[in-house]
Ligand binder design. Structure first.
Ligand SMILES: Nc1ncnc2c1ncn2[C@@H]1O[C@H](COP(=O)(O)OP(=O)(O)O)[C@@H](O)[C@H]1O
Ligand SMILES: [Mg+2]
Length: 252
Protein backbone atom coordinates (compact mmCIF):
# COMPACT_ATOMS: atom_id res chain seq x y z
CA UNK A 1 0.00 0.00 0.00
CA UNK A 2 1.32 3.45 -0.87
CA UNK A 3 0.84 6.51 1.28
CA UNK A 4 -1.76 9.03 0.19
CA UNK A 5 -0.39 12.15 -1.50
CA UNK A 6 0.21 15.05 0.88
CA UNK A 7 -2.87 17.24 1.28
CA UNK A 8 -0.60 20.21 0.64
CA UNK A 9 3.06 20.43 -0.28
CA UNK A 10 5.65 23.05 -1.14
CA UNK A 11 8.64 21.98 -3.20
CA UNK A 12 11.64 24.29 -3.37
CA UNK A 13 9.61 27.51 -3.24
CA UNK A 14 11.59 30.67 -3.86
CA UNK A 15 10.34 34.24 -3.87
CA UNK A 16 12.35 37.45 -3.95
CA UNK A 17 11.16 41.03 -3.57
CA UNK A 18 13.87 42.93 -5.38
CA UNK A 19 17.13 41.98 -3.70
CA UNK A 20 15.36 40.45 -0.69
CA UNK A 21 15.03 36.65 -0.77
CA UNK A 22 11.86 36.30 1.31
CA UNK A 23 11.53 32.55 0.65
CA UNK A 24 14.60 30.41 -0.12
CA UNK A 25 13.81 26.94 -1.44
CA UNK A 26 11.19 26.12 1.17
CA UNK A 27 9.82 22.58 1.08
CA UNK A 28 7.27 20.92 3.31
CA UNK A 29 4.51 18.34 2.99
CA UNK A 30 1.47 17.85 5.21
CA UNK A 31 -0.32 14.49 5.06
CA UNK A 32 -4.14 14.41 4.96
CA UNK A 33 -5.46 15.29 8.40
CA UNK A 34 -2.07 16.56 9.56
CA UNK A 35 -1.42 19.54 11.82
CA UNK A 36 1.76 21.35 10.81
CA UNK A 37 3.02 24.57 12.37
CA UNK A 38 5.39 27.17 10.96
CA UNK A 39 7.38 29.23 13.41
CA UNK A 40 10.15 31.78 13.04
CA UNK A 41 10.98 35.37 13.89
CA UNK A 42 9.21 38.34 12.33
CA UNK A 43 10.29 38.75 8.73
CA UNK A 44 11.30 35.08 8.37
CA UNK A 45 9.00 34.69 5.36
CA UNK A 46 6.10 32.85 6.98
CA UNK A 47 3.30 34.95 5.50
CA UNK A 48 5.08 35.05 2.13
CA UNK A 49 5.06 31.24 2.19
CA UNK A 50 1.28 31.29 2.82
CA UNK A 51 0.84 33.75 -0.06
CA UNK A 52 2.74 31.35 -2.31
CA UNK A 53 0.66 28.39 -1.12
CA UNK A 54 -2.67 30.21 -1.54
CA UNK A 55 -1.81 31.63 -4.96
CA UNK A 56 -1.78 35.27 -3.86
CA UNK A 57 1.87 35.29 -5.01
CA UNK A 58 3.61 33.37 -7.80
CA UNK A 59 6.92 31.75 -6.85
CA UNK A 60 10.10 32.54 -8.79
CA UNK A 61 10.89 28.84 -8.55
CA UNK A 62 9.34 25.72 -7.08
CA UNK A 63 5.94 24.06 -6.95
CA UNK A 64 2.79 24.00 -4.84
CA UNK A 65 0.84 20.74 -4.78
CA UNK A 66 -2.66 20.10 -3.47
CA UNK A 67 -3.55 16.45 -3.06
CA UNK A 68 -0.63 15.59 -5.34
CA UNK A 69 -1.81 17.95 -8.10
CA UNK A 70 0.59 20.69 -9.21
CA UNK A 71 -1.40 23.94 -8.79
CA UNK A 72 1.55 26.33 -9.16
CA UNK A 73 -0.02 27.93 -12.22
CA UNK A 74 -3.48 28.23 -10.70
CA UNK A 75 -4.68 31.41 -9.03
CA UNK A 76 -6.28 31.71 -5.60
CA UNK A 77 -9.78 30.88 -6.90
CA UNK A 78 -8.67 27.66 -8.57
CA UNK A 79 -6.87 26.57 -5.43
CA UNK A 80 -9.93 27.45 -3.33
CA UNK A 81 -12.05 25.26 -5.61
CA UNK A 82 -9.61 22.43 -4.87
CA UNK A 83 -10.37 22.84 -1.18
CA UNK A 84 -7.73 25.29 0.04
CA UNK A 85 -9.02 27.91 2.47
CA UNK A 86 -7.35 30.73 4.23
CA UNK A 87 -8.89 32.42 7.23
CA UNK A 88 -11.04 35.30 5.93
CA UNK A 89 -9.93 38.75 6.97
CA UNK A 90 -12.61 40.69 8.73
CA UNK A 91 -14.16 43.10 6.28
CA UNK A 92 -17.02 45.54 6.06
CA UNK A 93 -19.23 43.12 4.13
CA UNK A 94 -19.29 40.59 6.96
CA UNK A 95 -19.15 43.21 9.74
CA UNK A 96 -22.63 44.43 8.80
CA UNK A 97 -24.11 40.95 8.85
CA UNK A 98 -25.20 38.78 11.73
CA UNK A 99 -22.94 35.82 12.50
CA UNK A 100 -25.55 33.50 10.92
CA UNK A 101 -25.82 35.57 7.73
CA UNK A 102 -22.05 35.88 7.41
CA UNK A 103 -21.58 32.12 7.70
CA UNK A 104 -24.37 31.46 5.18
CA UNK A 105 -22.88 34.01 2.79
CA UNK A 106 -19.41 32.47 3.00
CA UNK A 107 -20.95 29.09 2.23
CA UNK A 108 -22.97 30.54 -0.68
CA UNK A 109 -19.87 32.25 -2.13
CA UNK A 110 -17.98 28.95 -1.93
CA UNK A 111 -20.84 27.30 -3.83
CA UNK A 112 -20.41 29.84 -6.61
CA UNK A 113 -23.20 32.20 -5.54
CA UNK A 114 -22.80 35.90 -5.17
CA UNK A 115 -22.80 37.75 -1.88
CA UNK A 116 -25.29 40.18 -3.42
CA UNK A 117 -27.97 37.51 -3.20
CA UNK A 118 -27.33 36.49 0.35
CA UNK A 119 -30.89 37.35 1.42
CA UNK A 120 -32.15 34.45 -0.69
CA UNK A 121 -29.75 32.09 1.03
CA UNK A 122 -30.91 33.53 4.33
CA UNK A 123 -34.09 31.51 3.84
CA UNK A 124 -32.24 28.35 2.91
CA UNK A 125 -32.96 26.01 5.81
CA UNK A 126 -30.12 23.60 5.09
CA UNK A 127 -27.61 26.42 4.87
CA UNK A 128 -28.94 27.94 8.10
CA UNK A 129 -28.55 24.59 9.83
CA UNK A 130 -24.97 24.26 8.55
CA UNK A 131 -24.23 27.82 9.69
CA UNK A 132 -25.50 27.00 13.19
CA UNK A 133 -23.33 23.87 13.28
CA UNK A 134 -20.25 25.87 12.28
CA UNK A 135 -21.06 28.58 14.81
CA UNK A 136 -21.18 25.87 17.48
CA UNK A 137 -17.86 24.47 16.30
CA UNK A 138 -16.14 27.85 16.63
CA UNK A 139 -17.76 28.66 19.98
CA UNK A 140 -20.35 31.14 18.69
CA UNK A 141 -23.51 29.03 19.09
CA UNK A 142 -25.24 31.67 21.19
CA UNK A 143 -24.12 34.61 19.01
CA UNK A 144 -25.88 33.71 15.74
CA UNK A 145 -28.06 36.82 15.68
CA UNK A 146 -25.34 39.22 16.80
CA UNK A 147 -23.79 41.61 14.27
CA UNK A 148 -20.34 40.30 13.36
CA UNK A 149 -18.83 43.75 13.76
CA UNK A 150 -20.06 43.92 17.35
CA UNK A 151 -18.26 40.76 18.48
CA UNK A 152 -15.27 41.06 20.81
CA UNK A 153 -11.83 40.64 19.24
CA UNK A 154 -11.39 36.98 20.16
CA UNK A 155 -14.87 36.11 18.93
CA UNK A 156 -14.19 37.92 15.64
CA UNK A 157 -11.12 35.74 15.11
CA UNK A 158 -13.23 32.66 15.92
CA UNK A 159 -15.76 33.83 13.32
CA UNK A 160 -12.96 34.22 10.74
CA UNK A 161 -12.21 30.53 11.16
CA UNK A 162 -15.91 29.77 10.95
CA UNK A 163 -16.10 31.68 7.64
CA UNK A 164 -13.25 29.57 6.30
CA UNK A 165 -14.94 26.38 7.55
CA UNK A 166 -18.17 27.42 5.80
CA UNK A 167 -16.37 26.87 2.49
CA UNK A 168 -15.89 23.20 3.52
CA UNK A 169 -12.11 23.21 3.05
CA UNK A 170 -9.82 20.20 2.79
CA UNK A 171 -6.82 22.31 3.79
CA UNK A 172 -6.92 25.31 6.12
CA UNK A 173 -4.15 27.94 6.31
CA UNK A 174 -4.17 29.97 9.54
CA UNK A 175 -1.81 32.95 9.90
CA UNK A 176 -1.29 33.66 13.61
CA UNK A 177 -4.78 32.79 14.84
CA UNK A 178 -4.01 33.88 18.43
CA UNK A 179 -2.24 37.16 17.56
CA UNK A 180 -3.30 39.94 19.89
CA UNK A 181 -5.44 37.69 22.07
CA UNK A 182 -5.77 37.67 25.83
CA UNK A 183 -4.77 34.43 27.61
CA UNK A 184 -8.48 33.51 27.87
CA UNK A 185 -9.09 34.18 24.17
CA UNK A 186 -5.96 32.17 23.31
CA UNK A 187 -7.23 29.20 25.31
CA UNK A 188 -10.61 29.38 23.55
CA UNK A 189 -8.81 29.43 20.18
CA UNK A 190 -6.62 26.53 21.27
CA UNK A 191 -9.74 24.48 22.13
CA UNK A 192 -11.36 25.47 18.83
CA UNK A 193 -8.31 24.32 16.84
CA UNK A 194 -8.01 21.08 18.81
CA UNK A 195 -11.67 20.33 18.04
CA UNK A 196 -11.49 20.75 14.26
CA UNK A 197 -12.22 17.51 12.40
CA UNK A 198 -9.35 15.44 10.99
CA UNK A 199 -10.99 15.68 7.57
CA UNK A 200 -9.37 19.12 7.51
CA UNK A 201 -5.59 19.39 7.13
CA UNK A 202 -4.20 22.38 9.03
CA UNK A 203 -1.11 24.47 8.36
CA UNK A 204 -0.72 27.20 10.98
CA UNK A 205 1.71 30.06 11.51
CA UNK A 206 1.84 30.72 15.23
CA UNK A 207 3.97 32.59 17.73
CA UNK A 208 2.53 31.09 20.90
CA UNK A 209 4.69 28.01 21.55
CA UNK A 210 2.09 26.45 23.88
CA UNK A 211 -0.41 26.55 21.02
CA UNK A 212 2.17 25.17 18.57
CA UNK A 213 3.38 22.32 20.74
CA UNK A 214 -0.17 21.43 21.78
CA UNK A 215 -1.58 21.27 18.24
CA UNK A 216 1.14 20.35 15.76
CA UNK A 217 2.63 16.98 14.91
CA UNK A 218 5.30 18.61 12.77
CA UNK A 219 6.93 22.02 13.04
CA UNK A 220 8.91 23.89 10.40
CA UNK A 221 11.23 26.62 11.67
CA UNK A 222 11.81 29.38 9.12
CA UNK A 223 14.78 31.69 9.47
CA UNK A 224 15.70 34.34 6.89
CA UNK A 225 13.36 32.69 4.39
CA UNK A 226 14.91 29.22 4.68
CA UNK A 227 13.97 26.10 6.61
CA UNK A 228 16.24 26.07 9.65
CA UNK A 229 14.80 22.80 10.92
CA UNK A 230 11.73 20.59 10.62
CA UNK A 231 10.73 18.06 13.23
CA UNK A 232 8.31 16.94 15.88
CA UNK A 233 7.53 19.39 18.70
CA UNK A 234 9.88 17.38 20.95
CA UNK A 235 12.68 17.62 18.39
CA UNK A 236 12.15 21.37 17.95
CA UNK A 237 12.03 21.93 21.70
CA UNK A 238 15.27 20.04 22.29
CA UNK A 239 17.15 21.61 19.36
CA UNK A 240 20.01 23.79 20.54
CA UNK A 241 19.97 25.56 17.18
CA UNK A 242 16.30 26.53 17.49
CA UNK A 243 16.68 27.43 21.13
CA UNK A 244 19.54 29.78 20.33
CA UNK A 245 18.02 31.29 17.20
CA UNK A 246 14.38 31.55 18.15
CA UNK A 247 12.99 30.13 21.35
CA UNK A 248 15.78 31.83 23.28
CA UNK A 249 14.33 35.19 22.28
CA UNK A 250 11.06 34.42 23.97
CA UNK A 251 11.91 32.35 27.05
CA UNK A 252 13.96 33.09 30.15
N1 LIG B 1 4.88 42.28 -1.08
C1 LIG B 1 6.10 42.50 -0.56
N2 LIG B 1 6.96 43.35 -1.13
C2 LIG B 1 8.20 43.57 -0.61
N3 LIG B 1 8.67 42.94 0.47
C3 LIG B 1 7.85 42.06 1.08
C4 LIG B 1 6.53 41.79 0.62
N4 LIG B 1 5.96 40.87 1.44
C5 LIG B 1 6.88 40.58 2.38
N5 LIG B 1 8.02 41.29 2.17
C6 LIG B 1 9.25 41.19 2.97
O1 LIG B 1 9.61 39.82 3.00
C7 LIG B 1 10.12 39.47 4.27
C8 LIG B 1 9.28 38.36 4.84
O2 LIG B 1 8.02 38.89 5.20
P1 LIG B 1 6.84 37.98 5.77
O3 LIG B 1 6.65 36.83 4.86
O4 LIG B 1 5.67 38.87 6.00
O5 LIG B 1 7.47 37.49 7.15
P2 LIG B 1 6.77 36.88 8.45
O6 LIG B 1 5.36 36.55 8.12
O7 LIG B 1 7.59 35.68 8.78
O8 LIG B 1 6.88 37.93 9.52
C9 LIG B 1 10.11 40.74 5.11
O9 LIG B 1 11.39 41.32 5.05
C10 LIG B 1 9.07 41.59 4.42
O10 LIG B 1 9.32 42.96 4.63
MG1 LIG C 1 3.55 37.13 8.99
Amino acid sequence: MTDAAPAIAAAGLRKSFGALEATRAVSLAVPPGGRHAIIGPNGAGKTTLFNLLSGALRPDQGQVLLGGVDVTREGPDGRARRGLARSFQRNSLFAEMTVAAALMTASAIADGGSAVFWRRFDRDAARAEAAAAIAARVGLADRLEELSGNLAYGAQRQLEIGLALATRPAVLLLDEPTAGMSPEETRAMQDLLAGLPRAITILVIEHDMDVVFDLAERVTVLDYGAVLLEGTPAEIRSSDLVRRRYLGERTQ
